[in-house]
Each structure stands twice: as C-alpha cells, then as structure tokens.
Design a protein. Structure first.
Length: 87
C-alpha cells in the first residue's frame, strides 16, 4: 500500500515539474512579438501560393491565441514561420 502511494506521489511530482516548463515554452513561442515578426516576414514575401498559405497560418495562429489555445497557436505560428522562411 505504501509503495503505491509513493509511486503515485512520484508520478504526480514529475507531471507537475514537467507541465509548467512545457506551458512556458508554448506561450513563449506564441507571443505578440513572434506574431508581429512573422507577419513582417510574410509581408516581404513575393506574391504566390506560399504567401497565401503563410497568411492563412498566421490568421489561424491569431485566432487560436485569442481563443486561449496556446498549443494550436504555436503550431500554426511554426507553420507560418516555415512558409515565410522558405520564400
């Protein structure tokens, strides 16, 4: 019985220790500054399919950020950055 309690406590402590770090990393990636920088990169792109795809991703990232979905925002922002850097 004691072993089960210790194991459960250890798992809970590990989950607590990892979760805030992951959340901070996601929020740092999905910030207003990063959105602004990516939008500037997209504006400087030549017109074409890549620019349209990047614009759609940045719009989805903004919607996710406003909806409080940091993980989705970070994913869309990452896709927009990749499209913008591919030019």
């Amino acid at each position: 019985m004691l072993n089960k309690i210790l194991a459960a406590t250890a798992i809970a402590a590990l989950a607590y220790a990892v979760s805030p770090a992951d959340a901070a990393r996601v929020k740092a990636a999905c910030s207003g500054d990063n959105l602004s920088k990516t939008e500037t990169m997209i504006e400087n792109m030549a017109d074409g399919e890549g620019k349209i795809a990047a614009q759609k991703e940045i719009a989805a990232a903004q919607d996710a950020m406003l909806g409080g979905k940091a993980g989705a925002c970070a994913a869309h922002l990452s896709k927009a950055m990749q499209a913008a850097s591919a030019k």
